[in-house]
Design a protein around this ligand. Sequence first.
Ligand SMILES: [Zn+2]
Ligand SMILES: [Zn+2]
Length: 364
Amino acid sequence: MQTIKAAVCRAFGEPLVIEDIQIAPPKSDEVEVTLDAVAICHSDISFAGGAWGGHLPAVYGHEAAGIITAVGDSAGEFQVGDPVVVTLIRACGSCPSCAGGKPTVCETPYDKVNGPLRTADGGPLEQAMACGAFAEKVVVSHRQIVKIPQSMPKDVASLLSCGVITGVGAAVNAAGLRPGQDVVVIGAGGVGLNAIQGARIAGARRIVAVDMTEEKLAIAKDFGATHGVLADQKAPWKAAYKALGGRGADAVLITVGAIPAYDQAPRYLGPGGKAVMIGMPHSGDMASYEPVVLAALGQGLIGSKMGDVVIQRDIPWMIDLYDQGRLKLDELISGRWSLSQINEAIEDTKTGSAKRNVIVFDRD
Ligand SMILES: [Zn+2]
Ligand SMILES: [Zn+2]
């Protein structure tokens, strides 16, 4: 076991505590990654607030990038020194979901409490989301990581681990957008902006962003939205129809956690349209819709976890698009913070104005 620094959740709703923890060496199919950057995602905040339960103490953090510093003896093609992004998609590779091309919903359980992490005194410590990346190092399966170019800045690369693949993947994989289709994206935050640029990359004709402020709608346009609709008006879908030439959308991508967005989402759809649920409401929250409308208009409701990505397939092409100037990543970063400032960075993210705040680690 090695001792490293981590931001530990000791009680839901309380600030994280920076403390020494222990991390085990990688098992045969695992790698150890020394982190350069980890972004703060709303899922981390929901977990730390107790929205989805889980064991405590726990280490959250799951949008990370760094350098491999140790490998197990059957860790694929990976070697010490490789720069990688680390995702939470711990896929076994052989269950029906993995074999069917949907590793994001892998069916093989992973025991996060008895994973590689222990508290300083040897007690249990949950490796939340199979990552535990609010820490100097992670030990993860080699199936959770993807190599990146040496030249790619790690703070930028870390965004590919969750927000970017979730948003772009929802547009390209889950909604299966085709050139010429019309899209509504509810929420222009960290995931929503990526759903917008995913729709643009897919060749969408009109992309309507729906959010609470003019400021966020303006940012949405920088990422490819062609129209903006304020969410706090009565029947905002009517404004969206107007933007779409009087017809509903082929897809509505719901990237927020607020339930009114789920209740309203089918209203934005045209015949044959699909509502794709991407945001993560709290456990127990319920939404309602009118089944006869969906039946009569041949509409669909689907959920999408992590953009239905296959990271080994999808992250390399997203890196190419970034290199070609067709995928915005730098513009998604709103602030850089040290690990000791993580609670301030989380508070800043909670205000809703932040795109992505990134924790950057100093290397000795
Ligand atoms: Zn995330
Ligand atoms: Zn699996």
